[in-house]
Design a protein around this ligand. Structure first.
Ligand code: GLP
Length: 310
């Protein structure tokens, strides 16, 4: 059993939901490590609960820099506090296509290095889209991937990161709500963001196999994490914008138990941080009209009405 589940107090609760601006529950933590620890401990508690009931836990896993601290904490819980992965089944969101598992950029390799090689998971319970398949076998593989998720009882807890295009997995702009696991063409922005991993944009694969929007929304719990200021604009669109294929993460607004977990930097574009005076009394957000807030609001007003400050 885990003896020391630490309580991490979110820096701000999802107050703005009440104001009707945020269309999905958002929790903002003071740091990405606090946020990651909280999510890892939630996952650990779920694994233990289901284990005690004699059930498997089915996790949907993501790659990228965002979830690595969650995996670090899960490994620590395994090593130091006896958390076992024997009853865990995993499905990864995506993999580049084509991609060999030995390549530096392979998500299969990433998952081995960041999690699977360090815990007691049964390799036959690990599922990752296969980047080595010839084109004619991809569609059959994708249908089989969906069948395996269903046979496992569906995903209990899905972790997501978010790309600059608003993608979850590799569901690029234009991905329909009812999409399932499939081959997708990567957006130029996504390929540019991956360029440094591949030592140049031209080496980034043009396609990937990804779970679809519907596959993701079928999970019982979905938690999207985003850290850093560079994620702030797309987080605002996903949280405050309308549900649209232009930002796949906005579909999470339609999930009954999806949540967004941010550090303070990724939250900076949300109305409650950027222009909280638009939402109601500042005290609601633990703020007051001090000189800094007054200056920021006056500058915002001057720019909005395009009039100079006297
Ligand atoms: C890739 C992955 C996504 C991930 C995104 C963001 O595109 N396919 O699943 O969410 O990168 O990566 P990072 O967490 O490094 O910002």
């Amino acid at each position: 059993m885990i003896s020391s589940i630490e309580t991490v107090t979110p820096a701000f609760g999802p107050h703005a939901l009440a104001a009707g601006v945020e269309h999905i529950p958002v929790t903002v933590y003071g740091s990405s490590s606090q946020a990651s620890r909280a999510v890892a401990q939630e996952i650990a508690a779920l694994i233990q609960l289901k284990h005690a009931r004699g059930e498997h836990t089915v996790l949907g896993l993501a790659t990228g820099s965002t979830p690595t601290s969650i995996y670090d904490e899960l490994i620590r819980l395994h090593r130091e506090e006896g958390l076992s992965f024997k009853n865990v089944i995993t499905f990864n969101l995506d993999e580049y296509w084509p991609m060999s598992p030995e390549e530096l950029q392979s998500y299969r390799r990433f998952m081995r290095e960041h999690l699977f090689d360090h815990v007691d998971i049964d390799p036959k319970n690990v599922h990752i889209p296969d980047g080595t398949l010839p084109m004619e076998k991809v569609a059959g593989f994708c249908a089989e991937y969906e069948r395996k998720m269903r046979d496992a009882g569906g995903i209990d807890y899905q972790i997501l990161g978010i790309g600059r295009t608003g993608h979850v997995g590799f569901n690029e702009p234009g991905s329909p709500r009812d999409s399932r696991t499939r081959l997708i063409t990567l957006d130029r922005v996504t390929r540019m963001d991956a360029a440094s991993d591949f030592f140049g944009e031209w080496n980034v694969p043009r396609k990937a196999i990804t779970m679809g929007v519907e596959s993701i929304l079928s999970a019982r719990t979905v938690v999207l994490l985003a850290f850093g200021e560079h994620k702030a604009p797309v987080i605002r669109r996903a949280v405050e914008g309308e549900v649209s294929a232009a930002v796949a993460a906005s579909y999470l607004q339609q999930h009954p138990s999806a949540r967004i977990v941010l550090d303070t930097s990724a939250a900076t574009e949300l109305t409650r941080f950027k222009t909280p005076w638009l939402l109601g009394p500042l005290e609601m957000f633990g703020l007051k009209w001090d000189s800094k807030t007054t200056r920021t609001a006056a500058t915002w007003l001057a720019m909005t009405v395009k009039k100079p400050l006297l």
